[in-house]
Design a protein around this ligand. Structure first.
Ligand SMILES: Cc1cn([C@H]2C[C@H](O)[C@@H](COP(=O)(O)OP(=O)(O)O[C@H]3O[C@H](C)C(=O)[C@H](O)[C@H]3O)O2)c(=O)[nH]c1=O
Length: 182
């Protein structure tokens, strides 16, 4: 496993060691000791999530506020997504900046998204199975979001066709109006 820095140092791409042979492949999708060695971080994950989406689904941008903030380790097991993390920590030198990474069944890349970031993804394939680990439990009362198309963020989503959103995501506030991190 190796960790690759992104334009926002706190957000890291995790590349597992994949063992391929005539049968197919094997890889450790998560190892606490190897994650700590690769990143210097020691998260405790308490929940695993799994979502399925069709093509052109955009889920996000979501986060949970303190004291129920979540860090996430996300990956794709079927299909491909453009995965985006946005720094929503007012005190951060990269406040309002975003990083986007292609995560796919083929590249087996994962993305580490710390607390203080809004997260979302756009599906690029007909079917996507998206798995992720979180460092706190789901807390609806702390669940918040930001509009995917907030012009101050100017996220280049790589959109190429009609999009599908949840009702909730169609009503998210702009960053300027959202409750975020200090
Ligand atoms: C997130 C979550 C949701 N739910 C229930 C609540 C709703 O009845 C249903 C669908 O929830 P939602 O529409 O918020 O699901 P997504 O739009 O995929 O939300 C996720 O999408 C983006 C990409 C994220 O990073 C977050 O982890 C998460 O917010 O599952 C739960 O029971 N537990 C949970 O942890």
């Amino acid at each position: 496993m190796k960790a690759i820095d992104t334009a926002i140092p706190d957000v890291k791409i995790i590349e597992p060691a994949v063992f391929a042979d005539d049968r197919g492949f094997f890889f450790e999708s998560f190892s606490q000791i190897k994650f700590e060695a690769a990143t210097g971080l020691s998260p405790t994950f308490v929940q695993d999530n799994h979502s399925r989406s069709g093509k052109g689904v955009l889920r996000g941008l979501h986060y949970q506020l303190p004291p129920r903030a979540q860090a996430k380790l996300v990956r794709v097991v079927i299909g491909e997504v453009y995965d985006v993390a946005v720094d929503i920590r007012r005190s951060s030198p990269t406040f309002g900046q975003w990083v986007g990474v292609l995560l796919s069944e083929a590249n087996k890349r994962q993305l580490w998204i710390p607390e203080g970031f809004a997260h979302g993804f756009l599906t690029l394939s007909d079917r996507v199975e998206f798995l992720y680990k979180t460092t706190d439990y789901y807390a609806p009362e702390s669940d918040r979001g930001i509009r995917w198309d907030d012009p101050t963020l100017a996220i280049d989503w790589k959109t190429a066709g009609p999009l599908t959103f949840s009702d909730k995501d169609q009503r998210q506030p702009l960053l300027a109006d959202a409750e975020i991190f200090d």
